[in-house]
Every structure is written in structure tokens, then in C-alpha cells.
Design a protein around this ligand. Structure first.
Ligand code: BGC
Length: 456
């Protein structure tokens, strides 16, 4: 065993058994971030294929055209996953690979590709966990208004039904959406992610339609696959006020409503958190009669995705929310290459926060991980910061579990280094290092540690 890995075992004394024998351990990925092959075998363009082609949108003008070439290398990548003893694999389906125009004509080669992945997982005793939507809307649908068009609900229903029909015989664990707050916030309000739209109107309409799709997708999967476990995932950050001032505390509550509650609470039948953010009321402009009854869905599990803590400050000039986040480097705290504070207690607090909703039945940590500037030396990456990050966060998850939180799984973001959206290939989140020139894979010390931990 590698000395970094060995030392950390001694130091941390983290035991897999303590999490219970039914705890699900895995890794998470997303189609656009790993697959590449952006035009192969009849795939239609997605909003990310388009957005990355616009100069200046992505750091270094990187794109996911080739990414990790998982499309052609899934065999060897899944074999590596098996060799590393990783028993659960979360990945997403690319909507435009299956339905190139988003609706209508099916691309059977795309369907076949996902059939092969699922089969290869099962042959290797790897359980597939499928996310229907991880941000790559078919471009043809964006051209008709995308998430801001109410028709997205019926487009999404058609896609969800097709996925249930084609893959439901072998996939037992499903997630409807990946982090709706991020794809709506960054894609339709800030313009930093595809499709690059800005403004409150597109944000509110896209929010409402995504919340409707979240529930509609859940209903379709459950009706077609009554024995499947159906969940959906949420991004979340533990929040604290910057100063002990009433205006910072109130700003923190507003940010909490938007970042942590906006999509969860409608799903639980609690509606949108209007109380804290008055301007959110304008979302009702996009309501149709009966929408209140369409927003809730009784998910089997909630996917919690937490990376950090955010510190919130009142800010008069920030429209809509009058609050801003104080960046980690400005606070001079330990942070990752994303400038996200390393704050393991964040995940502990978020678990308790989600558990406090009586209708949340079960929680799975569907993403957690960290980007650090990895260096490959003689085929090795001694990523001790990532290794410590994972161990410290896991300890906090265990702490919450031992206090009675119903958390039943943990998926590392991510398996191999991949395309990190607006940041291109710069931030490396993987347990496995990828040389993007040669597509060679090198297991990092953190990957080795996770593997040994899982073998325990
Ligand atoms: C997303 C991933 C992303 C990761 C790190 C999550 O918000 O689901 O796609 O790569 O965080 O930024």
C-alpha cells in the first residue's frame, strides 16, 4: 500500500462497517462531462455543445467534444471501477443522444449505447444509478424556449417515459434532475452556464417548469417501474451570516430559501419559499390552475450534494435577493481549486437540515468531492488534500448517521477528472487522473484509499 494511503488509514480510523452493511458506496458522473463523442452515431446537439462553441464562455475556450472519451472507453473505465471495488455508478443519460431533436424521432444507436453501459455495469456487479437530466438540454428544445417554455413539461415527460421503457428492466435506482437550482440559476439567471440566459423572468419561468418536471418525472418513473427507487438531487450549502448583524442574518435566510429550499419544498408539498423572498411571488405569473397539486412527489430518496459552507452578507445592490456570498479566499480559509471552503461540518448540518423535513424518507449523498491542483509524477498523484477532504466529510456523515439521520449512501464526485463546466478542464475532481492528451488514466492516492476502504 502507498505510504500516503497507509498513513491516512492509521490517522483517520474510518471504518466502512460503521456505516452499516446496506450503505451504498459509489462514484458520480454526468454525460456531458465525460462522454465526448458529441456528434457520434446520430447524437443531436445539446445546449452545452452550442454554449462551449461561443468564444469566451468557458475558461480557455475548452469544450466537452472529447471530454474523457467515455463513449468509446466505457468498457475499460468500468473495468477499472470494478478493480477499485466501487459497487455503485451514478451517471446521466444525454437526452439529445436518445432523442436528437428532444422529442419525436428516437436515435436507436444512442439507446443501444446506454443499454451496453448498463449491461457492462451489471456484468461487473456494479449497480447503475441513472440521472435523467444533468444539464444538457437538446439544443432544438432551447430554440423553442427551453426551460422557460411550459411545453418543456410534456417534452420531458416523453423523454422520461422512453427512458423508463428502454432501461427500466435493469435500472433500479433513478434520479430525475441533477441540481435544478444550479442549472436554472447559472443557466437562466446568471448566464454563466448553458444556455447563457439572464434575468428574473427566464429564471422564474425556468424554475417553475423545472419544479413541475421534477415531480412529473418522478410520477412517470414510479408508474412505469413500481419497484424502482426514485429520487432526485439537490445542491445545497451550509450558510452562515458574515457578521452578527440583523441584516446579514436576514440575507442568510433569503439565500437559504433560494439555494437550499427552492426545489425541495415544492416537491414536499410545501410550495415555494415566498415568505423569505418576496420577489419570488412573481413565479405565480407562470402558474396554471392546479399547478399546486402537480409540484409535489413522494420521492423514495433525496440526493444531497454538498461541497462547502457559504458566508452571506447583506448587499443592497444585488438585485432580487439583496445578499452576496463572501468568497473563501477573501475570508482566508482553506479552500479548494474552485475557491470553495473546505468545511466538513457543512455536510453534517445539511444532513440534519434535510432530515428535519418529516416527508424526507431517505437521504443519499449523491455528490461530494473536491478539486485540487494535482500533479502527475512518474504515474503517481499524491493528492493528500483530496484524501483528507473525503475522510473528514465522511466522518461528519457518520456522525449524523449515528445521531439518527437516515443517510444511506455516499457517491464521490467524481470517478475520473472531467469537463468542469464553465471552468473547463482546469479543476480536477477525480479519484482517477486523466491525461487529456493521451486519455491515459492514473489512479490517484485518493482513489487508492477509497478502493482500500471499500475492500475492508
Ligand atoms: C454538479 C457537477 C459538478 C460538481 C462540481 C455539481 O454541482 O452536479 O456536475 O461537476 O458539482 O462543481
Amino acid at each position: 500500500m502507498d505510504s500516503v494511503v497507509e498513513d491516512s488509514f492509521k490517522r483517520e480510523e474510518l471504518h466502512k462497517e460503521a456505516f452499516g452493511k446496506d450503505f451504498k458506496w459509489g462514484v458520480s458522473t454526468a454525460a456531458y462531462q465525460i462522454e465526448g463523442a458529441h456528434q457520434a452515431d446520430g447524437k443531436g446537439a445539446s445546449i452545452w455543445d452550442h454554449f462551449t462553441g461561443i468564444k469566451g464562455k468557458i475558461l480557455n475556450n475548452h469544450n466537452g467534444n472529447n471530454a474523457c472519451d467515455f463513449y468509446n472507453r466505457y468498457h475499460s473505465d468500468l473495468n477499472l471501477m470494478r478493480e477499485l471495488h466501487i459497487p455503485n455508478f451514478r451517471f446521466s443519460l444525454s437526452w439529445s443522444r436518445i432523442l436528437p431533436q428532444g422529442v419525436g424521432q428516437i436515435n436507436y444507436k444512442g439507446v443501444d449505447y446506454y443499454q451496453r453501459i448498463i449491461d457492462h455495469c451489471l456484468e461487473n456487479n456494479i449497480e447503475p444509478w441513472v440521472t435523467l437530466y444533468h444539464w444538457d438540454l437538446p439544443l432544438a428544445l432551447e430554440q423553442k424556449g427551453g426551460w422557460a417554455n411550459r411545453d418543456v413539461v410534456s417534452w420531458f415527460e416523453e423523454y422520461a417515459q422512453l427512458c423508463a421503457d428502454k432501461f427500466g428492466d435493469r435500472v433500479r435506482n433513478w434520479m430525475v434532475l441533477n441540481e435544478p437550482m444550479v442549472f436554472v440559476g447559472a443557466g437562466y439567471f446568471l448566464g454563466k452556464h448553458a444556455p447563457g440566459r439572464r434575468g428574473i423572468k427566464s429564471f422564474l419561468s425556468a424554475t417553475h417548469h423545472a419544479a413541475l418536471c421534477q415531480a412529473a418525472g418522478g410520477r412517470i418513473l414510479k408508474a412505469s417501474l413500481p419497484h424502482a427507487k426514485v429520487g432526485t438531487t439537490f445542491s445545497c450549502s451550509h450558510l452562515e451570516p458574515y457578521r452578527d448583524l440583523e441584516r446579514d442574518k436576514k440575507a442568510t435566510l433569503r439565500v437559504d430559501a433560494i439555494l437550499n429550499r427552492l426545489f425541495l419544498e415544492p416537491a414536499l408539498g410545501l410550495g415555494y419559499p415566498f415568505q423569505e423572498v418576496k420577489s419570488l411571488k412573481r413565479i405565480t405569473d407562470f402558474f396554471k390552475a392546479g399547478d399546486e397539486d402537480l409540484l409535489p412527489f413522494d420521492f423514495d430518496f433525496i440526493g444531497v450534494q454538498n461541497y462547502t459552507r457559504e458566508v452571506v452578507k447583506y448587499s443592497l445592490f444585488t438585485p432580487f435577493i439583496q445578499a452576496s456570498l463572501v468568497p473563501a479566499n477573501k475570508r482566508k480559509v482553506v479552500h479548494t481549486a474552485m475557491n470553495w471552503e473546505v468545511y466538513p461540518e457543512a455536510i453534517y448540518h445539511m444532513l440534519h437540515k434535510f432530515q428535519a423535513y418529516p416527508k424526507v424518507k431517505k437521504i443519499i449523498i449523491t455528490e461530494n468531492g473536491a478539486a485540487f491542483p494535482d500533479v502527475l509524477i512518474n504515474g503517481n498523484v499524491q493528492d493528500s488534500q483530496r484524501l483528507q477532504y473525503l475522510q473528514q466529510y465522511l466522518k461528519q456523515i457518520l456522525r449524523a448517521k449515528q445521531e439518527g439521520v437516515k443517510v444511506d449512501g455516499y457517491f464521490v464526485w467524481t470517478f475520473t477528472d472531467n469537463f468542469e463546466w464553465a471552468e473547463g478542464y482546469n479543476p480536477r475532481f477525480g479519484l482517477v487522473y486523466v491525461d487529456f492528451e493521451t486519455q491515459e488514466r492514473y489512479v490517484k492516492a485518493s482513489g487508492q484509499w477509497y478502493s482500500n476502504f471499500l475492500k475492508q
